[in-house]
Design a protein around this ligand. Structure first.
Ligand SMILES: C[S@@+](CC[C@H](N)C(=O)[O-])C[C@H]1O[C@@H](n2cnc3c(N)ncnc32)[C@H](O)[C@@H]1O
Length: 216
């Protein structure tokens, strides 16, 4: 990854968090990533489909999908510490079945060169991109990588949700706002609100969306 000052700054923020915390105590940790699994089942991608987890952090979704036989997953995050924590939990054998990329979604470099994917999965990442100049490269990358007929799952803080996460401001969404960001090539296939319960017991309202990209 080519690093700008901004990339360094964001990376340091997230590396610090993952370095000083147990992943299962983080305010976005999911014991069971049920809403994402539900949407993945719903879009029906094949077990060998390329699935890109953007801002994967140390998500347990990857463990679950490996258990279910999804053997073509890519985990990317700006934080090398997050990906290391995930690798440690998965262990060497499962880690080898994965592709690992450290990159900044708001200034992507390595990610621009990877093969296209059938499914883009984002939970609690894009909502940090409060500036238009951060969202533009993110959505350009999404459009560059998702195959025609492919899928995008985006889960973000709901319009009535919290205004900050891990000390950073977030932009909140509903399905119409997300559809506008993706543009007319993507059809909204499903959307639902979801109350996520943090390890602290507090709740965070999310909006989950599934989009299908039209054929060329
Ligand atoms: C709230 S966590 C969510 C992690 C994971 N998706 C999950 O659901 O458990 C946000 C993640 O986005 C990553 N992230 C934040 N800004 C990023 C950027 N510009 N590029 C890539 N990853 C980023 C962080 O390192 C962190 O792992």
């Amino acid at each position: 990854m080519e690093k700008t000052d901004r990339t360094f700054e964001i990376q340091r923020h997230w590396d610090d968090i993952y370095q000083r915390s147990e992943t299962n105590s983080l305010g976005w940790y999911e014991e069971s990533p049920e809403p994402s699994l539900q949407l993945i089942r719903e879009c029906g991608v094949a077990k060998d489909a390329r699935i890109l987890h953007v801002g994967a952090g140390a998500t347990t979704l990857i463990d679950k999908l490996l258990e279910e036989g999804f053997g073509n997953q890519i985990a990317t995050d700006i934080s090398g510490q997050a990906l290391q924590a995930l690798r440690r939990r998965l262990g060497p054998e499962a880690s080898q079945k994965m592709e690992w990329i450290t990159d900044d979604l708001t200034a992507p470099s390595s990610l621009r060169g990877i093969a296209p994917v059938s499914l883009w999965h984002d939970r609690a990442v894009m909502h940090f991109f409060v500036k238009e100049e951060e969202r533009r490269p993110y959505f350009d990358l999404l459009r560059h990588l998702v195959l025609p007929g492919g899928w995008a799952i985006i889960a973000a803080f709901h319009l009535e949700g919290a205004e900050k996460c891990s000390g950073l401001p977030v932009r909140r969404y509903d399905e119409a706002l997300l559809a506008r960001e993706l543009g007319p090539e993507f059809r909204l296939a499903r959307a639902f609100s979801y109350q996520y319960i943090m390890p602290s017991g507090a709740s965070r309202p999310y909006i989950y969306t599934l989009f299908e990209r039209g054929p060329v």
